[in-house]
Design a binder for this molecule. Structure first.
Ligand SMILES: [Zn+2]
Length: 460
């Protein structure tokens, strides 16, 4: 069997791995490259018509974002994932198509003025809808037989709702090999989702390494930091602005603020979830409590809504969003995008960043080049909608709410897998993966640790 890495190698986006065995071709994930890389518009490095199956680990765009493109270019196989991944994935893909179209309109106006034309969007909302027909949903721990020699199981990865790692059972020459793709693995003791499941055994594992160079702070310590930010802003009659990702992070934050409200840790205030996408994702979460951990299910079984409390308002329309600015102080405003490179958060940063009474709280990864990263890195001035804004607000970076496992959790996860001989590090920045490789080599003397390159063929 051959496995080729076509994405999320020496980087964290564009996840895509091709498994070839006999005449079968299977993809694990088909994600968007995000950032500057133009890998999305290029041809796929394989014949899409020959792909029999795509197995998706979870609904983040860096794992599913090129699915409509795959279908548009002639894919005619089956796409398999959990039901939550399918439903959240539809939402994320439709939103991606909308954002691409809006981006295209802006770029084409600028291009026209230069006498050029802009690249059209990768796909339209119609292309997204077209791709729905190819999906088949499966349950966690259900063994799926693709043929006599290839089967797989999805197990809970504890990363976002419905996220999974894939355990393949592949028989060649009467010998069955077990290969695991971790997808993104979750942090421990997170709200809503369960802890990642532990595989029993496997010869080969492809494991994500986003945070392979660090240990996260404990969740409780991060909750205290958030409380400190809220107390600071409210004691100055200021606001707390929290840029957030729409999927999972927003729901976890609402869940946490409700918990703080019930524990009387939250002073009287207004909390706004100002993101139509996050609001829609929250509605889907409520439809899929079967994926929740016990604590979250218990809240629902007691007849309560874990995503609602007296101070909280969901703001859907643009008018509602704008009206938030009429309130002066004592507001917690949660809006996207998570890295401040678009969306309603820009509007709130423009109104709050210049004032030292306010706090900006970053709870997610801020990639190089984004506005969020500039603020986190301590730039004194930033540009928002072409206007120079002084960074006067107090900045908090809280990492204990991460949806990714840290190096300790990743190592412990690997250490529980019996018969492990090969580990391939994927889905991480190059320097972080090198540090993680050293860390693992010191802990696992008998295991081969490798970092594959883009297009590298691995024979197993
Ligand atoms: Zn993810």
């Amino acid at each position: 069997m051959r496995i080729t890495a076509y994405g999320a190698v020496e980087g964290v986006t564009g996840s895509c791995f091709l498994i070839e065995i006999e005449r079968y071709k299977i993809l694990v994930d088909c994600g968007l490259f995000q950032g500057d890389f133009d890998g999305n518009i290029q041809e796929f490095p394989f014949d899409v018509r020959e792909i029999n199956y795509v197995i998706l680990t979870h609904a983040h765009l860096d794992h599913i974002g090129r699915i409509p493109l795959l279908v548009k270019r002639g894919f005619n196989g089956q796409i398999m994932c959990t039901r939550a991944t399918y439903e959240l994935g539809r939402l994320m893909l439709l939103d991606a198509a909308k954002v691409m179209y809006e981006d295209y309109l802006i770029k084409s106006r600028k291009a026209e003025r230069r006498g050029e034309t802009a690249n059209p969007p990768l796909y339209s909302e119609d292309d997204v809808i077209e791709s729905y027909d190819f999906f088949t949903t499966i349950e966690y721990n259900e063994k799926v037989l693709l043929n006599d020699n290839i089967s797989f199981i999805l197990k809970d990865a504890g990363h976002i709702l419905g996220s999974a790692f894939v355990e393949f059972f592949i028989t060649e020459n009467n010998l069955t090999k077990k290969i695991i793709f971790s997808g993104d693995l979750g942090n421990q003791n997170k709200p809503i989702v369960r802890n990642p499941a532990i595989p029993d055994d496997a010869e080969t594992v492809f494991i994500e390494s986003t945070y392979g160079d660090r240990e996260h702070k404990k969740f409780e310590a991060s909750k205290k930091e958030l409380k400190e930010a809220i107390d600071y802003a409210f004691s100055n009659n200021g606001n707390v602005i929290i840029p957030t990702f729409a999927l999972e992070r927003a729901q976890e934050l609402i869940y946490l603020l409700r918990e703080m409200y019930e524990e009387k840790m939250l002073p009287p205030c207004r909390v706004f979830l100002d993101s139509p996408l996050a609001i829609k994702a929250t509605e889907l979460f409520k439809k899929h409590i079967e994926y929740f951990d016990k604590e979250a299910r218990d809240i629902i079984n007691r007849g309560k809504d874990p995503f609602s409390f007296t101070y909280l308002t969901y703001t859907r329309s643009v008018e509602e969003s704008k009206s938030i600015n009429y309130f002066k102080g004592n507001s917690i405003i949660i809006a996207g995008s998570g890295m401040c490179n678009g969306g309603r958060i820009l509007h709130h940063l423009k109104h709050n960043l210049w004032n030292s009474n306010n706090c900006i709280v970053f709870i997610g990864f801020q990639a190089n080049g984004t506005l969020g990263r500039k603020i986190v890195d301590g730039e004194k001035f930033v540009y928002i909608y072409g206007e120079q804004i002084k960074v006067n607000a107090r900045i908090f970076t809280i990492n204990g709410f991460s949806s990714h496992a840290d190096k300790l959790i990743l190592k412990n996860w690997l250490s529980q897998i019996r018969s492990l001989s090969n580990v391939f590090l994927i889905h991480g920045e190059k320097d972080i993966m090198e540090k993680f490789a050293q860390y693992l080599k010191a802990n696992f003397i008998d295991i081969n640790i490798k970092i594959p390159k883009f297009g590298e063929v691995i024979n197993i």
